[in-house]
Write a protein that binds this ligand. Structure first.
Ligand code: C5P
Length: 244
């Protein structure tokens, strides 16, 4: 995961497909479509709450790395227990919320003992400045993401999840191999949906992202396989980021 655009064995490096659906047969279908073609499959709360470890096993059977996006946010002991359970399931990446605080992050890092890369979610990509104001969280999303990312790094997390709009500033503060993972990716005319802080895939990679999380721009496309091919050629194209 270094932000490159091609991977060995024909997989598109630096791309994680978010398998968000309540329909198990669609989940299976997407595993078949995307699993052999991308570096990472992301199992999120929607699938995990429905099918648990079965969703993880199905994603892992494709040979892709598995990113379990549970966004744990709890007291240190609970974080540690849940993170250890995820590690036992053989996932490669797991999310925790940076807002759980330093001691909870420390506990999760200790519990997984290097078996899983912990990614700390900074400010959700669905939150805009107005949402933060309403929550009485002063300052820009960028400042908050930077402060929380610093805590995550100090705790020994493998990286953070941030918006593509923050990735350039965070990369300047947090050199590789610290991972910057960016949801909120849109391309090919896909709408922002519930997301607020979005950008195109080439912009995010240029600015320093290691892993692009792409969901509905692929899974919501009329032909998800064709949308993946379009993303791949977009990532291979030379020239300015995300020009039309
Ligand atoms: O469909 P879309 O590309 O917007 O999906 C983004 C995915 O990334 C979803 O699975 C969502 O849960 C996840 N995510 C996010 N923002 C974060 C962390 C994870 O959108 N900060």
């Amino acid at each position: 995961m270094s932000g490159a655009t091609t991977a060995s064995a024909g997989r598109i490096a630096g791309v994680a497909v978010a398998l968000d659906t309540p329909d198990e047969s669609r989940f299976d279908l997407w595993c078949g479509t995307f699993g052999p073609r991308v570096e990472v499959l992301k199992v999120g709360l929607e699938a995990y709450v429905r099918w648990g470890e079965r969703a993880v096993s199905r994603a892992r059977s494709t040979g892709a790395r598995v990113f379990l996006d549970l966004k744990l946010h709890d007291i240190p002991a609970t974080m540690a227990g849940a993170a250890a359970a995820a590690a036992d399931q053989g996932v490669d990446l797991l999310t925790v919320h940076a807002a759980a605080g330093r001691r909870a992050l420390d506990a999760a890092v200790t519990a997984v003992d290097g078996r899983v890369g912990l990614l700390a979610v900074t400010v959700l990509t669905s939150l805009g400045p107005k949402d933060l104001e309403e929550l009485d969280l002063p300052g820009t999303p960028g400042r908050r993401a930077s402060a929380w990312a610093a805590v995550a790094r100090a705790a020994g997390c493998a990286g953070v999840v941030c918006s593509p709009l923050e990735v350039r500033a965070l990369r300047a503060e947090l050199p590789r191999p610290f991972l910057l993972v960016t949801p909120g990716i849109r391309f090919g005319g896909a709408t922002a949906d519930d997301q607020r802080r979005v950008a195109g895939p080439r912009t995010a990679l240029r600015d320093g992202a290691d892993l692009l999380v792409v969901g509905r721009a692929l899974t919501g496309a009329p032909d998800p396989g064709a949308a993946l091919a379009a993303l791949e050629s977009e990532l291979r194209r030379s020239g300015d980021p995300d020009q039309k």
